[in-house]
Design a protein around this ligand. Structure first.
Ligand SMILES: N[C@@H](CCC(=O)N[C@@H](CS)C(=O)NCC(=O)O)C(=O)O
Length: 418
């Protein structure tokens, strides 16, 4: 049988799994895009012409349909087995129930799951009250599913449907990263159900073994102190109001830089080294020796200063990839400092025993307010560094190169702010 169409988007991904698992269940062939580059391929004019949201996953069907949204695609794929598709409802009531669970998963469950887990993975800023609220909502919705499943094997009717595939895919991260065996006892029905679905041969063929969480991932991300302090000032209210309040706090937080003051750094005497020249040279040349030689020849001690930057809570860091995401999150909140700072922060060490360490060059002789204003600035120690000291200079060189004998530990990964 000819492929029913092409599923676009990076793999593996829990959204991508939904249509793929459905296709596998039904023995339908579905083309995929294993080399899809997220952020690049979904931004091309050709992609946007077909899928204006620019999101993933998307689907281009052999029958001339373009679809966005993983669940809509999964539903469509399920329908390609004919009007009596085993994964769709047999009656209007079952169809409505399937729709109900798909919408519940998308509108209630997933936002709560994302709000509880993504800040810990560094995909979103960690704002304690917002995280707490999402976590409560997440447990609430898991409880809803748990009670619905007390005497049921599947969500709708007596057999597996597309609703089960979608809900189970949305629960994968929760079971992999969040619900420990203790937690799972609270959601026995849901856990039994989840295991039933993920152990279906078609599910396993696409997703593989889902390894259940042994230890819940912890918030290693630096806390947004300002938002937290503001939230602490006011008593916690009913969930709905609290939710609005948290949103408002975050909005206020984001609004703070307005009206944008001209940076006082722009009033300093013009530097002898142009920051952009350095950034360009660094980007286009080998760091050692070429870029570093350029820096030492051109560095302007009057106009800039070096800072050693170390994370204050290294003992709370766990997985290396999460540590590196944390650096990415910090850098995204340093956007205002882009013109006035350059630096590398490295993830050093191994899983469950790692650290963030690095060096920055900033405009002026103090850490500028464009940096100190960043929500997570206080989670890092910034200490002045003497680049003329041979040991410090060697560390700076290895830091900017992300390798070398002068790093305190083995470099797993890093990020350069430039
Ligand atoms: N409801 C959609 C959500 C899709 C979605 O948000 N995808 C993310 C990646 S997981 C995305 O494309 N983000 C890029 C963007 O928002 O521009 C689905 O399930 O497919």
């Amino acid at each position: 049988m000819a492929p029913i169409g092409t599923l676009y988007g990076p793999m593996p991904n829990f959204r991508n799994y939904k249509p793929r698992v459905v296709a596998q269940f039904l023995g339908l062939e579905l083309n995929t895009t294993p080399n899809f580059s997220f952020g690049v391929d979904n931004k091309t004019p050709e992609y946007l012409a077909k899928f204006p949201s620019g999101k993933v996953p998307t689907f281009e069907g052999a029958k001339g349909i373009n679809l966005s949204d993983s669940s809509a695609i999964a539903y469509y794929v399920a329908s390609q087995a004919g009007s009596d598709s085993p994964l769709l409802g047999r009656t209007a009531e079952e169809t409505a129930e399937i729709l109900q669970f798909i919408l519940f998963a998308e509108a209630d469950l997933m936002p709560a799951v994302a709000g509880a887990i993504y800040p810990i993975l560094g995909f979103m800023p960690f704002v304690k009250p917002a995280h707490q609220h999402s976590e409560e909502q997440c447990f609430r919705f898991l409880g809803v599913l748990n009670s619905l499943l007390v005497d049921k094997t599947f969500l709708v009717g007596e057999r597996i449907t597309v609703a089960d595939v979608i809900v189970a895919c949305d629960l994968i991260t929760v079971y992999q990263l969040y619900l420990t065996s203790e937690d799972r006892k609270k959601y026995r029905n849901l856990t039994r159900y989840f295991k039933t679905i993920v152990n279906q041969p078609a599910f396993k063929a696409v997703v593989g073994e889902v390894v259940l969480c042994t230890e819940r991932i912890k918030p290693a991300a630096p806390v947004n102190k300002k938002a937290e302090k503001k939230a602490e000032k006011k008593p916690v209210e009913q969930p709905k109001k609290a939710e609005k309040k948290v949103e408002k706090e975050v909005e206020e937080e984001e609004e703070e830089p307005k009206p944008k003051p001209k940076s006082k750094l722009d009033l300093l005497p013009p530097p002898k080294m142009i920051f952009d020249d350095w950034k360009r040279f660094y980007s286009n040349n080998n760091t050692k020796p070429d870029a570093m030689n350029w820096l030492w020849e051109n560095y302007d001690d009057e106009g800039y200063s070096f800072w050693k930057v170390e994370y204050k809570y290294n003992n709370e860091l766990t997985k290396l990839f999460m540590t590196n995401n944390l650096i990415g999150g910090f850098f995204s909140r340093l956007e205002r400092a882009r013109k006035y700072a350059f630096g590398s922060l490295l993830t050093l060490g191994k899983d469950d025993d790692n650290m963030i360490w690095g060096y920055f060059i900033v405009r002026g002789k103090e850490v500028p307010e464009e940096v100190t204003d960043a929500a997570d600035y206080e989670s890092f120690n910034w200490s002045p560094a003497d680049h003329k000291d041979p040991k410090t200079r060697a560390e700076i060189e290895d830091c900017f190169a992300w390798e070398g004998p002068n790093l305190p530990r083995e470099c797993y990964d890093g990020k350069t702010f430039k």
